[in-house]
Write a protein of this length. Structure first.
Length: 335
């Protein structure tokens, strides 16, 4: 479907040109190597990329959660000038956590990884990953590593989440594992694409909220129920604000006119906007629909649980404080 107008980013429905959605995450992992390789944010197709992620999220957030880091990894490799031609499935493991640390040490035979990386989603199912690791000079580098390599071990850690149950995100231990550097030290965090990847995650969240909004619309369609109509209108307001934020951001990213500080502010604003919308939609939909869909409809109950977990990648008040600190460092007010 060709969407017209200056603001066009949407989560496509099943009859409007949307891609075929895999039925399970297992199917997604088998098929991911055939997903587009040229959807690199900032190169003219950012709207298309984020629309794809939103469409996947509206259908199944588990599928979106598997696809998004794979596409992000391939975009990162392309930006670094080292595209993956081996047809592998990828993750991006860049989180830090208390009590664990991953170090990269350069020796005569190349780079080796030592330590533990937390929050490694689908590490037991993927072929490879881009991981951040600490360097001797105190900076961090990005490395490509095969997840079937000797010395890679999944930490025995139970994944008890009721949302995104099919996307276990547990720790991985690396014991003298060979790795290939991607970009110079600090490149991963300093490049503008770091922030574009963060907005891509928000596009998945938006899709999940759209899926919940569609369930409320189905409940309200054709009914004379003023309260239900009020809830539907409130959801529409929120979803439109998130859609506009993502669409505007896609245009700015592809225009290539943002410096690093402007890109950071854009990402923080868009992620906060979309996360707030998701929280509002979860609350309003609960009021509109009551307990029955949560108790009796597997698809709706899964989507609600998935979104509640997924949107917590936005760190709530901590990210609000980070945005405020960045704005306070600028002499002139931004509005």
């Amino acid at each position: 479907m060709a969407l017209r107008g200056t603001v066009r980013l949407r989560a496509l429905g099943p009859s409007s040109g949307a891609p075929t959605i895999p039925r399970t995450v297992g199917e997604t992992l088998r098929d991911m190597v055939a997903w587009p390789t040229d959807l690199v944010p900032g190169e003219g197709r950012t709207t298309e990329l984020w629309e794809l992620l939103a469409t996947l999220g509206a259908a199944d957030l588990g599928v979106a959660r598997a696809v998004e880091p794979h596409l992000d990894a391939r975009a990162i490799l392309a930006q670094a000038g080292t595209p993956d031609d081996a047809g592998r499935t990828w993750g991006v493991f860049a989180a830090e956590g208390p009590g664990v640390r991953l170090d990269a040490v350069e020796g005569d035979d190349g780079w080796r990884l030592h330590g533990t990386k937390p929050w490694c989603s689908l590490a037991g199912d993927l072929d490879a990953a881009l991981v951040t690791a600490h360097l001797a000079d105190g900076s961090r580098g990005l490395f490509a590593v095969g997840l079937r390599a000797p010395g890679v071990r999944l930490v025995d850690q139970e994944w008890v989440s009721r949302g995104l149950t099919e996307i276990p995100s547990t720790a991985v231990a690396f014991d003298d594992v060979r790795a290939t550097p991607v970009g110079a030290p600090g490149w991963y965090l300093d490049r503008p694409g770091f922030w574009w990847g963060g907005i891509g995650v928000a596009a998945c969240w938006f899709g999940g909220a759209v899926g919940i909004g569609r369930r409320v619309h189905a409940q309200a369609h054709g009914r004379e129920d003023p309260l239900l109509a009020m809830h539907l209108g409130a959801i529409d307001q929120r979803l439109e604000s998130a859609r506009r934020a993502l669409a505007e951001a896609a245009g700015l990213v592809d225009a290539g006119s943002l410096d690093a500080s402007q890109g950071r502010l854009l990402a923080k604003r868009v992620r906060a906007t979309v996360a707030g919308v998701c929280e509002d939609v979860l609350r309003i939909a609960g009021h509109a629909l009551g307990p029955a869909p949560l108790a009796l409809e597997a698809e709706h109950a899964k989507r609600v649980a998935d979104l509640q977990v997924y949107v917590r990648q936005q760190h709530a008040e901590r990210d609000d404080a980070s945005l405020g600190q960045a704005l306070a460092a600028v002499e002139a007010p931004p509005w």
